[in-house]
Design a protein around this ligand. Sequence first.
Ligand SMILES: [Zn+2]
Length: 143
Amino acid sequence: MESIKVVCPNCLKVNRIPKKDHYNKANCGYCKNSLLHTKPKEVDANTFSHFINNSDLPIVVDFWAPWCGPCRMMAPNFEQASLNMPIKAQFLKVNTESEQMLGVQYGIRSIPTMIIFKNGQEVDRVSGALNTQQIIEWVSRYS
Ligand SMILES: [Zn+2]
């Protein structure tokens, strides 16, 4: 059976799980937490590269900052999209204030900006706040 690598958002261990269209249950083999009920994970530079280099799923990153109104407005939408796409994509948040190097590295000029990574490479980005459905539709093109 075809398998895919998924990074556990809780313990960060890399799990290899069977590739399916739908999952009723999928638990991390290390910490036993469910891989299905995942809220976006706030990451620093190290955790960010761990995810984009070890997950076979598209990684969706929300570059945001605490002072940014549209970012705070979009946060619940981003969270809903994440909860709606278990093992279709993994959702991360990068605070561009505490992780300024990542913002510079990816040329983030306005926030919120969302970038999708596959196999460590950027495949698409969008700037400006989207609603839940728009995020899901955008991410679905790559998952
Ligand atoms: Zn785990």
